[in-house]
Design a protein around this ligand. Structure first.
Ligand SMILES: C[S@@+](CC[C@H](N)C(=O)[O-])C[C@H]1O[C@@H](n2cnc3c(N)ncnc32)[C@H](O)[C@@H]1O
Length: 256
């Protein structure tokens, strides 16, 4: 039995993208946060569009297995759909620590043998990698695309995000790719930070902005794919885009 939900990251994000899988507390939190920080309106779309471009890039690079950590709720153009359009045998495992997000993906995937969703916590990366449903679909001896899109900014320093990313990086075979899109603090003003503290209180879960130089460290030991770590809309754009918020930095690293 699922608990009665308060506001949750996956559902706030779903609401911000125009989805229907959210409840009153999610909508209230989203609207209050967006009223305080107008630029935040841009973030879900920047995030999601980057994810799709990055997955297509990985598919072109020959990657055929994807581990989407902090997958959120299904939306338009999900990872397994992009992957299977390119190759019906491509495999995807979605992971989230929100059981509601996982159940929605499981319902969507019940007849899809090449994709599944598991309940897992990125803060325990070894457990995620050892999950029997992960190991059944993902062969870590072959290149895997590990996606952390809008997820690491919910892991506080106390939970060692560097260690989390390192564990996934170390588990990747050569040719594997790490895809990150994350909140960067560089463009935030003191006033933005003050508002941000209120928003975090309202949301009830951590939202951590880190300097871009710190985010770059997540790619240690990997070759950063051109154009490097950049504002999300500037990462290999495939069509004209609105001016970036500057709050989301995105990059892809390849394991040599
Ligand atoms: C902003 S949503 C991003 C959704 C998706 N990656 C996308 O780009 O469309 C962040 C997701 O990360 C999940 N999340 C946060 N912390 C997590 C953790 N420690 N382990 C797994 N998932 C986590 C949340 O539940 C939420 O679904």
């Amino acid at each position: 039995m699922l608990e009665n939900p308060g506001a949750a990251s996956a559902r706030i994000y779903d609401y911000s993208l125009g989805g229907k899988d959210n409840y009153g507390p999610d909508r209230d939190a989203a609207m209050a946060a967006l009223a305080m920080h107008r630029v935040a309106r841009l973030l879900p779309r920047e995030n999601r569009k980057f994810m799709r471009r990055a997955v297509r890039y990985l598919l072109d690079a020959g990657v055929r297995q994807f581990l989407d950590i902090g997958c959120g709720l299904p939306g338009k153009g999900n990872v397994h759909e992009l992957a299977q359009r390119a190759d019906p045998g491509a495999r995807t495992v979605y992971v989230d620590n929100d059981p509601v997000a996982v159940v929605h993906y499981q319902a969507l995937l019940h007849a899809v043998p090449t994709a599944t969703a598991v309940h897992g916590d990125a803060r325990r990366p070894a457990d995620v990698l050892a999950d029997p449903e992960v190991t059944a679909l993902i062969d870590l001896d072959r290149p895997v695309g590990v996606l952390m899109i809008g997820m690491l900014d919910q892991i506080t320093d106390a939970d060692d995000p560097d260690g989390v990313v390192r564990t996934f990086r170390d588990a990747m075979a050569p040719g594997g790719h790490l895809v990150i899109c994350d909140l960067a603090s560089d463009r935030l003003t003191a006033a933005d930070f003050a508002k941000h503290e209120k928003i975090v209180e309202l949301l009830g879960f951590p939202v951590v902005f880190r300097p871009a130089a710190r985010l770059a460290g997540f790619f240690d030991g990997l070759e950063l794919v051109d154009p490097g770590l950049v504002p999300a809309p500037e990462w290999r754009p495939d069509r004209p885009y609105d001016p970036p918020s500057g709050w989301l930095m995105a990059g892809v690293g390849r394991k040599p």
